[in-house]
Write a protein that binds this ligand. Structure first.
Ligand SMILES: Cc1ncc(COP(=O)(O)O)c(C=O)c1O
Length: 411
């Protein structure tokens, strides 16, 4: 398969190009657009997701994989991915309801996230899923609900560790956090649990997200395993599940390179025997969202207008930040950078230019590619934004300006 090369981005290797057109799965992108019936459309490729999961299984020692549904909650994609992983992690009662509808085994669903409402805790209790407790209140409420309903809550403790995942796109641990229970308070929480009618399942330690630095991931995993070993001494029952988080990122921006799995495998090979010695009954899980699905997704929009303003070329499309906030640079980027973008029906065309791809919204923030080298495009051409399979559709302000929502296809 020939890679799609860029001036400054890492090549895209997961899709094919034939006769200058992007192919996804067995069809050219123009056919998928015809099948969808309109643009903009997100196209997610099952094969990419399966290949990614196979790659992890081949590279890493035996470990469970959990998919964090928040990365892409499209029901068909969740149902497909659910068949390939050992667990699904939800972040709300809404996600839980959707996952239960896919028929996924509730015993293998866990629920993390701060501020779980009482009705969400009740839904989790009734479904029989694992609740990753993020505060003393959650434990108290869940235990009381359990008594009322005569059901035994299944609880794990989400720990806010004293360390961070260095060089992360998003820091979610260390210092003061809304996530989890500070590690120094966990022994007291575990002691309280002994007096409550709850089933202790284990620990969830999630240190960060979007990390391309294998050394930083290894360091966090080492500290995570040590912390879990220390805390397990206080556990009211044997640890059944140790979720060591994830954090593996994908290359979005110029200069980004895929995260190297070999050092992570080597590191886990060193760490896991010690974990298994202290927690022989524990399944150890990695919790991944974007690493499983981001590269499988492409956002396709159509050029509506081509404008030249004082020498600068603008391709105005029917897509924009209301559908793909992350690609516009407004979902957590400090300095805006381009995602990998191509004119999908003219890849490799000889005639190239620097163009700026924008959407139809009334804000200069509605920018999909800023001054990027692209094939010369005209109205009707298709723009493809790669690495869009995670935090795309569901993480965008779909109602802004009342344009139609994007379509989604799992192919
Ligand atoms: C608890 C938890 N799990 C999983 C994830 C998924 O992270 P990513 O999609 O970067 O793998 C997040 C991200 O915010 C999270 O907070």
């Amino acid at each position: 398969m020939t890679a799609i090369e860029f001036e400054t981005h890492a090549p895209i290797t997961q899709f094919e190009v034939r006769q200058n057109c992007l192919w996804i799965g067995s069809r050219r992108i123009t056919e998928w657009v015809t099948e969808a019936g309109a643009t903009p459309v997100y196209v997610y490729d099952r094969k990419c997701i399966r290949d990614r999961i196979d790659k992890i299984h081949r590279a890493l020692p035996k470990i469970d994989l959990h998919y964090a549904v928040k990365a892409n909650p499209m029901p068909a994609l969740v149902e497909f991915t659910g068949q390939l992983v050992e667990g699904l992690d939800v972040a709300s009662a809404g996600e839980l309801e959707m996952v239960l509808r896919t028929g996924f085994d509730p015993e293998r669903i866990s629920f993390a996230g701060p501020g779980k409402r009482d009705d969400e805790l009740e839904a989790a209790l009734k479904a029989g899923i694992i609740v990753n407790i993020e505060s003393e209140r959650e434990l108290r409420v869940l235990a009381a609900l359990g008594q009322n309903h005569n059901l035994k809550p299944r609880v794990a403790v989400r720990v806010n560790p004293p360390f961070q995942l260095r060089a992360s796109g998003m820091r979610m641990s260390g210092g003061s956090q809304q996530f989890g229970v500070d590690s120094e308070r966990v022994p007291a929480l575990l002691a309280d649990m002994k007096n409550l009618d709850v089933e202790f399942i284990g620990f969830h330690i999630f240190a960060g997200s979007q990390n391309l630095n294998a050394d930083a991931i290894c360091e966090a995993q080492r500290l995570t395993c040590q912390l879990a070993i220390d805390l397990s001494a206080h556990a009211p029952a044997p640890v059944q599940l140790l979720n060591i988080g994830g954090g593996l990122g994908v290359p979005y921006f110029p200069g980004d390179q895929p995260v190297a799995l070999a050092p992570i495998a080597e590191n886990l090979n060193t760490l896991l025997p010690a974990v298994r010695k202290v927690m022989p009954e524990a399944r150890v899980a990695l919790e991944l969202g974007r690493y499983l699905v981001a590269e499988a997704g492409v956002y396709i929009c159509r050029v509506i207008d081509r404008k030249v303003s004082r020498g600068k070329v603008f391709l105005v499309t029917d897509g924009g930040l209301h559908h793909n906030l992350a690609a516009s640079g407004n979902f957590g980027q400090v300095i805006r950078k381009n995602f990998p973008v191509v004119v999908a029906n003219r890849i490799g065309a000889a005639q190239k230019e620097y163009a700026t791809v924008v959407g139809p919204l009334c804000t200069p923030l509605d920018l999909l590619a800023d001054n990027m080298q692209l094939a010369v495009a005209q109205p009707g051409d298709l723009i493809a934004i790669f690495q869009s399979g995670a935090y795309g559709c569901s993480a965008s302000p779909l109602g802004f300006l009342s344009h139609p929502p994007p379509l989604e296809l799992l192919v």
